[in-house]
Design a protein around this ligand. Structure first.
Ligand SMILES: Nc1ncnc2c1ncn2[C@@H]1O[C@H](COP(=O)(O)OP(=O)(O)OP(=O)(O)O)[C@@H](O)[C@H]1O
Length: 333
């Protein structure tokens, strides 16, 4: 019985029958911010089985857990957002070769980071373990992470689907194909701009001497589901996974709480997930949290917990989000 008009946390509701089109129509405007020089992060949070993967990727194939690309109307935010980014880039920069897009796919499983695009000597992808570090500039970074350049949406879908087949899943009583890891798909857009004076045509732009690269990042996150062990009935290895999932999600909530309360210390390093997402949560990104809530009354406690997380996210005030100077893009608009 939540009254939206009285509850500041609730941005917008979608019921289960609402189409992926409707949801994406509200997300899409945020993506133009990327081309204005902002970093953007979109993450789905909610209890296990509540629809995070469906919202972020779309329906999954039974045989290999990749997501189905056959029915475009079912595609979720990750493929749609990427398509939109390509469309925006092509429409704005079609005649110049002044940008490129790279993709990385990472899962955080049992508090370890795995690079899902790393290849073995035969070119097969396998999930190699990586670390997350803080750079001298105070940013989080994953050394040796694989970045693949993609030129269009089909290359992107192919790549992400390959990585997804490595993602860890485990059946539970609540969800037969429960994701046991957090998935972070990152698109890095590198744009070449001139240092002092922007040259107004692409030709001039390419010949100018003071060129510099500006990178903006779109991070798309499908979090593993928060889970009540009594309900999901997990034991053994799955129970250990659940404990890591729940701990990392509380670490995420703690970080949001610390930022919201403007504490001097923000505990990013309490989990690999928060360390990895440090720049998106507390840095200069525009952050959108999609809360997935089960309509079933028996999950009321989990739903209230998810709404609590949303409340914290909503309370985060980070002041003016920093913008990178991308004159080429603002002029072209
Ligand atoms: N709005 C929706 N319309 C149709 N099917 C949906 C919708 N939301 C979820 N589903 C279906 O419900 C099931 C569970 O959804 P999903 O896999 O997205 O849950 P999840 O929150 O990612 O779970 P977990 O955290 O355990 O991985 C899937 O079969 C999915 O296709």
């Amino acid at each position: 019985n939540v009254n939206p008009s009285k509850n500041a946390v609730l941005g917008k509701f979608y019921n289960a029958s609402e189409s992926q089109d409707t949801v994406f129509a509200d997300v899409a405007p945020l993506l133009t911010s990327l081309l204005d020089g902002y970093n953007v992060c979109i993450m789905a949070y909610g209890q296990t089985g509540s629809g995070k993967t469906y919202t972020m990727l779309g329906p999954q194939l039974e045989e290999n857990f990749a997501f189905s690309t056959e029915d475009e109307s079912e595609l979720g935010i990750i493929p749609r957002a990427t398509q939109k980014v390509f469309r925006l880039l092509v429409s704005i920069l079609s005649r110049s070769r002044s940008y490129w897009v790279e993709v990385s796919v990472v899962e955080v499983y049992n508090n370890e980071i795995f690079d899902l695009l790393a290849k073995d000597s035969c070119g097969r992808v396998f999930g190699i373990k990586r670390d997350v570090v803080t750079t001298r500039e105070g940013k989080s970074d994953v050394p040796l992470l694989t970045y693949e350049t993609v030129e269009n949406i089909s290359e992107f879908l192919h790549l992400v689907n390959k990585g997804l087949q490595l993602r860890v899943r485990h059946p539970t009583l609540v969800h037969a194909h429960s994701s046991r890891s957090h998935l972070v798909v990152t698109l890095t857009i590198t744009t070449i701009v001139s240092g002092d004076n922007f040259a107004s045509s692409p030709a001039q732009f390419e010949t100018t001497e003071k060129l510099k690269q500006i990178k903006t990042r779109l991070q798309l996150v499908d979090l593993a589901g928060s889970e009540c062990v009594g309900m999901s009935g997990v034991t053994g290895a799955a129970l250990r996974e659940t404990s890591f999932i729940n701990r990392s999600l509380s670490a995420l909530a703690d970080v949001l709480g610390a930022i919201a309360e403007q504490r001097s210390h923000v505990p990013y390093r309490n989990s690999k997930l928060t360390h990895l997402l440090q720049d998106a949560i507390g840095g200069d990104a525009k952050l959108l949290v999609m809360l997935c809530i089960s309509p079933d009354q028996k999950y009321l406690a989990e739903s209230m917990q998810s709404l609590g997380f949303g409340t914290r996210a909503r309370q985060v005030q980070r002041g003016q989000v920093k913008k990178k100077n991308l004159p080429v893009l603002s002029k072209a608009k």
